[in-house]
Design a protein around this ligand. Structure first.
Ligand code: ASP
Ligand code: MG
Length: 459
């Protein structure tokens, strides 16, 4: 079971999570993974940057005091036993003392490396895990808090988005199995955090606690992974755009991955990899509505009459366009994508005309200037680089589209009838996903049109 930040936003919620674990531990072996308390990772990120850029001695004192108050308040609400309480409070004191020293160090040096940033960001989960564990203990469930590294999450040293090493499954198993099967204890693992072979703390990328949970599930051959969130499950689209959006009760790994990649904040896009091979189902459940069934993400789904299952929208994107004549296209393509990778540009969608004269790439809006600059150096006269901003990507996702004729026709006719112009299109031959680009100010309307066209609304 993994609890997201919104599920552990304060002491009351943490106690509620502990009660959920207690309720389900009857007859089950459970491993808990927790995120940082809501907002804490963002505050740590902000503090780290500030300390690097300006004199911050006063700020650091205040920041540590705020963090102390937040976590102390949570302990006071979630932990009722005095002895357990004082133990966890002294753990928090120790961690915050360490955090204060690190921030002062960053401030003196005026330098924030990816390595030190990971170290700072790790404090969110390293603080929340002991509190949830203490809440379990004081509710009568034996528990032990572990950092990612203690739980066997070993990674490479790509700080900021560290990748688990192949042997991670073995190390997780050797660390956690004895705890659950011999000691009958409920481990509470600090999500998002890992450690290199040399013992340096790393993080798995934002939202990475999901990945912590699925790595552990795979290593221990879990029956299911439950991701506790503040929503009932995966919806046919964002209910803020279409209020009639419906809950999807079952969805395949592939569909869930497409949706996560294309803007629906379901789970960390890499999180399904470890469980797919072993066909371990992942269930999204609502912490605050635990009796609802939620959405199950699983291997194959019963034959479905839904051709399109969900529509997603990404708004903060831009198109990078490379055009030209008379150059070797494969060569330019290779250079382009290598350059984008080196510059850590997040590529969302690609489309290429077979006349080999045009390559359009959708990237994060935040990366567009960096991408243009990097490519201007590469293509170097052989082609022209331009950008198109104020666009949005819409994706229609559903395994039922594969082999069903006429789906693309319906998509484009519906948009055409509503006078929405399509700027760029892409569909790979998995046929799980048709993605298209429209003007940003027409994005939400396009989502409503397609949601309606495929009858995804309730009632
Ligand atoms: N706390 C981290 C984040 O906010 C990881 C997570 O919540 O999964 O990104
Ligand atoms: Mg989070």
């Amino acid at each position: 079971m993994k609890f997201g930040g919104a599920s552990v936003k304060d002491g009351r919620s943490i106690l509620h999570c502990a009660n959920l674990v207690k309720k389900f531990s009857n007859g089950n072996e459970i491993i808990v993974v927790t995120s940082a308390m809501y907002g804490v990772t963002d505050s740590l990120l902000h503090a780290a940057r500030k300390c690097c850029n300006e004199p911050s001695a006063g700020f650091i004192k205040l920041f540590i005091a705020e963090m102390m108050k937040k976590h102390y308040d949570a302990v006071n609400e979630a932990v009722r036993n005095d002895e357990i309480k004082s133990k966890v409070l002294s753990k928090i004191d120790k961690l915050l003392d360490e955090l204060e020293k690190v921030l002062l160090g960053i401030n003196y040096l005026g330098e924030l490396t990816p390595r030190s940033l990971d170290y700072i960001l790790s404090f969110g989960e390293r603080l929340s895990a002991p509190i949830l564990s203490a809440a379990l203990l004081s509710s009568g469930v034996d528990s032990l808090a572990l950092e990612g590294g203690d739980a066997g999450i070993i990674t490479d040293d790509s700080f900021g988005r560290a990748r688990p090493l192949p042997e991670v499954y073995g190390t997780i198993k050797s660390r956690l199995e004895p705890l659950i099967s011999l000691k009958k204890t409920v481990p509470v693992v600090a999500g998002f955090t890992g450690v290199t072979k040399n013992g340096t703390i790393t993080t798995l990328g934002r939202g990475g606690s999901d990945l912590t949970a699925t790595l552990i599930a795979s290593a221990l051959n879990a029956d299911e992974v439950w991701l506790w969130k503040e929503v009932d499950g995966v919806m046919t689209t964002d209910p803020k755009i279409v209020p009639e959006a419906r809950l999807i009760s079952e969805i395949s790994y592939q569909e869930a991955m497409e949706l996560s990649h294309f803007g629906a904040k379901i789970l960390h896009p890499k999180a399904l990899e470890p469980v797919m091979k072993k066909r371990i189902p992942v269930r999204i459940k609502n912490t605050f509505n635990p009796d609802a069934e939620g959405t199950v993400i699983r291997e194959s789904i019963r034959s479905t009459k839904d051709i399109v299952k969900a529509i997603s929208l990404i708004e903060k994107v831009a198109i990078l366009n490379i055009s030209g004549a008379g150059f070797d296209f494969a060569e330019v393509m290779a250079d382009v994508f290598r350059k984008l990778a080196e510059n850590k540009v997040h590529v969302i969608m690609v489309s290429q005309s077979s006349s080999e004269l045009n390559l359009s790439i959708v990237v994060d809006e935040a990366d567009i200037s960096r991408a243009v600059k990097a490519l201007e150096e590469t293509v170097n006269g052989a082609g022209r680089i331009s950008k198109i901003e104020n666009i949005a990507v819409i994706s229609a996702v559903g395994a039922g589209m594969a082999g069903t004729p006429g789906v693309a026709g319906r998509i484009f006719s519906a948009l055409g009838r509503n006078r929405i112009n399509v700027v760029m299109i892409s569909q790979s031959c998995s046929e799980y996903n048709v993605s298209l680009v429209v003007r940003r100010d027409e994005g939400r309307k396009a989502v409503r049109v397609l949601h309606d066209e495929f009858g995804l609304s309730s009632g």
